[in-house]
Design a protein around this ligand. Sequence first.
Ligand code: NI
Length: 389
Amino acid sequence: MTILANAREQLEYWTNTRRQLHQHPEIGFEEVETTALIKRELEKIGVEICPLAIDTGVMAIIRGTKPGQGKTIALRADIDALPIQEQTGLPYASVRQGVMHACGHDGHTTVLLGAAKQIFETRDQFSGIVKLLFQPAEERLHGARSMIAAGVLESPAPELILGIHGGTETPIGKIGVWSGPFMASADQFTVRITGQGGHAAYPHRNKDPLLAAAHAVVALQTIAAREIDAIDKFVLSVCEFHAGTAFNITPADAVITGSVRCHDSKTRESVPDRIDRLVGGITSALNCTHKLEYVFGIPGVVNDPAVVQTLTTAAIETIGGENVIQLERPLMGSEDFAFFLEMVPGAIFRLGVGNAPGQVLHNPLFNFPDEALPVGIATMTAFALEHCR
Ligand code: NI
């Protein structure tokens, strides 16, 4: 039986698993039941579960039994849910108030379990090692780092890593691939502007930080419009503006925060100085002072071209060339999978989840389509067999 036919034959089982996960979502680093379910399923299959010095998340290992020296690779799925109140009305909707699998990590987890079963059952066909990484807390952006700190990339060290994420731009039954810089870095800034508060009737006696902050919000858009090469992919969004306590008091300070997304690492490194110079010029012109706090969050996801090439070849053989789409454009969103890619070459691919109404990631109506499971399972399995034989 082909890999895809085998995955399709088990669709009912994995649909049931996916719905159990969907019904019991857990926020990042609290995935206790999810971790227990993953371990139960892996034990049923017979896969070796490795000790891991973090409370949630699972690392497991499958050793090929074919004589020879195969590669060691890692497959990664994220397992956490989001703080969103589900509105799907599905019979298996979340039983937890205000927590929901609105990003499809229930689907990713199930795909990796399904792949684990197929890879384990065909372990006589390869001689390498497949590490399975069920990662906690992707949405909280620290899960990958905590797994790396717990040693998942050591003894044996994987030579490459493959990740999966649902993509609404890709139809169900297909996967989307992209070679090179694929997802943006995600950094954040906070600017506190300080003036001198006072009576609204006598602004000439005050130093107005609110007015300075308002000018700063507008001026910050000139970074994208006038400072960064238009061909470069760059977004700066101001997302919070806090100032004032009453309608007749000029406040003493104002705070703005925002998000910066880049595809180019040199551009990324240049942003704090640009913000500091612009906001500094404006605030000093308006008799105020400022303090910038800049946090480099997640690096960009750069898909290794050689890994994407093998993935594409394996996927075409397994799910058919018509179901492997070269994506039209990269993404400005971010993924903490980037931390793995800083250590090991690899790639993340998009598993088509379609774009029906409500099928928007992080939306209260989102539901991972079970029909997509076999394609994800087959793709991950084929990739592992291709690399480890
Ligand atoms: Ni996600």
